[in-house]
Design a protein around this ligand. Structure first.
Ligand code: G6P
Length: 369
C-alpha cells in the first residue's frame, strides 16, 4: 500500500497532487488550442441531440452533484441551454418531467451509484438521451448511458473525492465549449481564449498546490473549530459547497457552504469570534460584492480565511488569513479555487487524527439506497 501511495502519507494527498497531470489526461486527444479543436467522440456522434436540446438535466450525488452545479453555470453561459441540476435520489422519486428533447447528463466517479443509476433508467424510459460522465471505465453507468465521456482521472482510492471533481469539471467545460462554438453563443475570441486557458490550467493547478504550507498553517489554527462556514458567489458557490463537504467528510467538523449573498438570510446569525468563515474571493467574478460580504463578517468578528488572486490587496486588509491562487477567468476558476480547500480539509483531518482515506460511515461508492 505504501508503494501505491507513491510516497504520500495518504491516497487523498496523492490524488490531490495528481490533479495537474490527470486534468491533462482528461483533455489529451480532445483539446488542441492551437488548432481551435475541442472534441469528444461521444459528443461528436450525438451533436445534433445536444444542439437540439431544449434543456439539460444533470443528475448526480455527492461531489459529482457539485461538479454538476459548476456545469450549470458553464453550460448556461457558454451554450445558452437551460440547465437543471438534480440530486439523483430526489429526481428518481418525484415523478419528474422529462421530455424527448431533453439531454440528461449523469455524472458519477464510480459509475456504480444506485440512485444515479435509477435516475438514468427513469430518464431513458421517458425517451431522453442520456450521456454519462464517469471515471471508472466499463462501470455500470457507463454501460447504461447512450453515450458518454470518461474523465480518465485514474483510480480514486480516497473516499473523499478530489481529482474526480476537477476532471469532471474539465470534461463538462469541454462539452460546453464545443456546444457554445457550434451554436455561436460563444464568440470566436472567447472560444479560443478559453481553449488556451484550459490547456494551461494544469500549470495553474500546480501553482495552486503551492498553497500547501499555507493550508497547513491555517489548518493548525482552526483544527479545533466546531463549525465552519464556506462562502462563494457565482461559479464559486458550488466550490463553497464542495469545500464544506470535504471538511465534514474527513474531519467531522460541521461545515456549511452557502452562496455569499444568502448569508444575511440565516448563517450571519452564527457569526461570532469563534466562527471561521472561508470566503472564495478571486479577482474575477463578483469581487466587489464579495468584499462587502467580507466586511459584514468582519464587523461581526468572524475569523476570515480568504482565497484570493495573487497580488490582491483589498481582501488582505480585511482577512485574518489569505491564500493566494493564480489568476484565472471566472468560468475556469473552480478548477483552481478548489485546490487550497482540498488541502485545508486534508490537513485539518490529519491534525485531528482522523482516518483521512476511510472516514467513518462513508463508502467510496454507494451501490445501495
Ligand atoms: C459517495 C462518495 C462521494 C461521491 C458520491 C457519489 O458518497 O463518498 O465521494 O461523491 O458517493 O459517487 P459517484 O461515484 O457517483 O460520483
Amino acid at each position: 500500500e505504501q508503494i501505491e501511495k507513491g510516497g504520500y502519507d495518504h491516497f487523498m494527498l496523492k490524488e490531490i497532487y495528481e490533479q495537474p497531470s490527470v486534468i491533462k489526461d482528461t483533455y489529451r486527444g480532445r483539446l488542441n488550442a492551437n488548432k481551435g479543436i475541442v472534441q469528444m467522440a461521444g459528443v461528436e456522434d450525438n451533436l445534433e441531440k445536444f444542439l437540439n436540446a431544449k434543456r439539460i438535466v444533470i443528475v448526480a450525488c455527492g461531489t459529482s452533484w457539485h461538479a454538476g452545479l459548476v456545469a450549470e453555470y458553464i453550460f448556461e453561459e457558454f451554450a445558452r441551454i437551460p440547465v437543471e441540476v438534480e440530486y439523483a435520489s430526489e429526481f428518481r422519486y418525484r415523478n419528474p418531467i422529462i421530455n424527448k428533447d431533453d439531454v440528461v447528463i449523469a455524472i458519477s466517479q464510480s459509475g456504480e451509484t444506485a440512485d444515479t443509476m435509477a435516475a438514468i433508467k427513469l430518464a431513458k424510459e421517458n425517451g431522453a438521451f442520456v450521456f454519462g460522465v464517469c471515471n471508472v471505465v466499463g462501470s455500470s453507468i457507463s454501460r447504461e448511458t447512450h453515450a458518454g465521456a470518461y474523465t480518465h482521472a485514474g483510480p480514486e482510492i480516497g473516499v473523499a473525492s478530489t481529482k474526480a471533481f476537477t476532471t469532471q469539471i474539465t470534461v463538462l467545460t469541454m462539452i460546453a465549449l464545443r456546444l457554445g462554438k457550434a451554436k455561436g453563443t460563444l464568440s470566436n475570441t472567447d472560444f479560443h481564449t478559453y481553449l488556451q486557458e484550459l490547456e494551461i490550467i494544469p500549470e495553474k493547478v500546480a501553482e495552486a498546490l503551492e498553497t500547501n504550507d499555507r493550508a497547513k498553517e491555517i489548518a493548525a489554527a482552526f483544527k479545533d473549530a466546531p463549525n465552519c462556514l464556506y462562502l462563494g458567489r457565482g461559479y464559486n458557490f458550488p466550490v463553497a459547497l464542495e469545500g464544506a463537504l470535504k471538511l465534514k467528510e474527513i474531519s467531522y467538523i460541521h461545515a456549511e457552504g452557502y452562496p455569499a449573498a444568502e448569508m444575511k438570510h440565516g448563517p450571519i446569525a452564527l457569526i461570532d469570534e469563534h466562527m471561521p468563515v472561508i470566503v472564495i474571493a478571486p479577482k474575477q467574478g463578483h469581487y466587489d460584492k464579495i468584499v462587502s460580504n467580507i466586511q459584514e463578517i468582519k464587523s461581526r468578528s468572524g475569523k476570515i480565511i480568504a482565497v484570493v488572486t495573487k497580488g490582491d490587496t483589498q481582501v488582505r486588509e480585511l482577512a485574518d488569513y489569505v491564500i493566494e491562487i493564480p489568476e484565472t477567468s471566472d468560468a475556469l476558476s473552480p478548477l483552481i479555487t478548489t485546490i487550497p480547500l482540498q488541502l485545508l480539509s486534508y490537513y485539518i483531518a490529519v491534525m485531528r487524527g482522523c482516518n483521512v482515506d476511510q472516514p467513518r460511515n462513508l463508502a467510496k461508492s454507494v451501490t445501495v439506497e
